[in-house]
Design a protein around this ligand. Structure first.
Ligand code: BGP
Length: 472
């Protein structure tokens, strides 16, 4: 039997993108890590497509906001690019053309009654700061980030009500220092990764402190990829592995952001292994006293883990993998294009965790979505992509989210990844995620079936759904 899956009247129905994935580099003052990576190694990028143009939001923002309005969005997140806004990275002096661009974006959002969330960092460190100072391993870079944030707040702080410090800060050490996936593409730098975790937390807390001190009247949060770590079995060793993974990959950012302190169990392990970060008592006080007003949660897939059963020797080169291994659960449901498991119930588990263990802080889903390769083949004779699989994906996740809200979770919105197709780092335009298709050679925008569906959901504050479709 069908039931109406409903959401609060003032719920955010939105979507997210980021500056480096959508704007294009027109007029940008500096190169970021991705620009540099592409310039020096274009063969790492799917079909050789780099970040120079992406979805050309720089020139199409006005049309894009009108399309967002047309498909029912009432909120939208993008990021201010450090490498665009700041002319002088040491002083934080702004580039006036960039200020003008972001001002026009703000105005267009307002004209279309779309609440804007401005994020400050989406994996896009100016590359000079890596080359000169060692990037996020350096506390000087932490202070330069605070200067960038100050400039952003001075320019836009009274016009935008929602800011976030970082998008998925854990991806920076994970992809850049542990597993060689994103530039600087280091592998096996376990100890350095731990310092990066600490410095990013410090940077976020310092920016929260600054924002609150400026009394701008809005709110500041952080966006995390909270990926639940499900153990293979009830065996103690598997349970311990999942506890460690949760500590490192979720709580190392979630706890400082919301509770003002690092998980003691993690600090104990890192101390025992001699890889605890370099810190001062004064910095810990900053982290303690400057927690966020709200959380954004990006959710795509769960993490499944088991005890480490390999014979790898980590004694001379510490890696967190010492304590766990990834586990491929037989029969898991997959998105074959991105290689990610689909497990909608995790949204409910995340919501309950925030409710029960994090003071039910206000939060929203800041990214959730499904990237599909070759969507062209789903075009109808009129050229519109019939992406029913995406609608099903969203409905199932939203049904679990609604259940969590009925049970008292403080979730105030849902943002998809993404509104219009955008550039996915080294996957470039391989997998498309948008409600709105982009034809790259012409930059022509066309609304997919899912975009029209979203409008009805946003207008009706929910949708009819067959509850039996909710798979545990
Ligand atoms: C998140 C990022 C986004 C986006 C998304 C989809 O981790 O915050 O920037 O890229 O993942 O992943 P991908 O682009 O790698 O397919």
């Amino acid at each position: 039997m069908k039931q109406f899956i409903n959401f609060p009247e003032d719920f955010w129905w939105g979507g997210a993108t980021s500056g480096p994935q959508s704007e294009g580099n027109h007029g940008k003052a500096h190169e970021n890590l991705m620009d540099y990576w592409y310039r020096t190694k274009p063969e790492d990028f799917f079909d050789g497509v780099g970040p120079e143009i992406t979805s050309d939001f720089f020139h199409h923002y006005s049309e894009d906001f009108k399309l967002m309005k047309k498909i029912g969005l009432n909120s939208f997140r993008t990021s201010i690019q450090w490498s665009r806004l700041i002319k002088d990275l040491e002083t934080g002096e702004p580039d006036l053309e960039a200020v003008d661009f972001y001002d026009r974006v703000i105005q267009e959002a307002e004209d279309n009654e779309i609440t804007l969330v401005f994020n400050l960092h989406h994996f896009d460190l100016p590359v000079e700061l890596l080359q000169k100072y060692g990037g996020w391993e350096s506390k000087h870079v932490v202070d330069l980030f605070v200067k960038f944030a100050k400039t952003a707040f001075e320019c836009f702080g009274t016009k935008v009500q929602y800011f976030t410090t970082f998008n998925e800060p854990m991806v920076i050490p994970e992809a850049g220092y542990l597993y060689g996936l994103h530039y600087p593409k280091y592998s096996g730098k376990g100890a350095e990764a731990m310092q990066v975790i600490y410095n990013l937390n410090l940077a976020s807390a310092k920016v929260v402190e600054l924002y609150h001190s400026m009394k701008l009247g809005g709110k500041i949060g952080v966006i995390m990829n909270l990926t639940p770590a499900y153990p293979r079995s009830n065996d103690t060793k598997d349970q311990e592995a999942s506890y460690f993974v949760d500590d490192l990959f979720n709580r190392s950012f979630l706890d400082p952001a919301v509770k003002g302190e690092f998980p003691k169990t993690l600090v104990d392990v890192l101390t025992k292994d001699g890889v605890l970060w370099d810190y001062t008592e004064d910095e810990l006080k900053i982290i303690k006293n400057n927690t966020v007003d709200f959380l954004g949660v990006n959710y795509y897939h769960p993490k499944r883990v088991k005890a480490n059963e390999s014979n790898t020797d980590y004694s001379s080169n510490w890696m967190p993998d010492k304590y766990f291994e990834d586990y491929e659960m037989p029969g898991r449901r997959m998105n074959p294009y991105r290689g990610w498991e689909i497990y909608p119930k995790a949204i409910y588990d995340i919501a309950m965790n925030i409710k029960e263990n994090y003071g039910n802080i206000p939060w929203f889903i800041s990214e959730n979505g499904m990237g599909v390769e070759g969507e062209e083949k789903y075009k109808d004779p009129d050229g519109n992509i019939q992406d029913d699989y995406r609608i099903e994906f969203y409905e199932e996740h939203l049904a679990w989210l609604s259940k969590a809200i009925q049970e008292g979770c403080n979730c105030f919105g849902y943002h998809v990844w993404t509104v219009f197709d955008c550039w996915s780092w080294n996957n470039a335009y391989k997998n498309r995620y948008g409600f709105i298709a982009i034809d790259l050679p012409t930059q022509k925008r066309t609304i997919k079936k899912s975009g029209h569906w979203y409008k009805t959901v946003s207008e009706n504050h929910g949708f009819e759904y067959e509850l039996e479709e909710m798979k545990e």
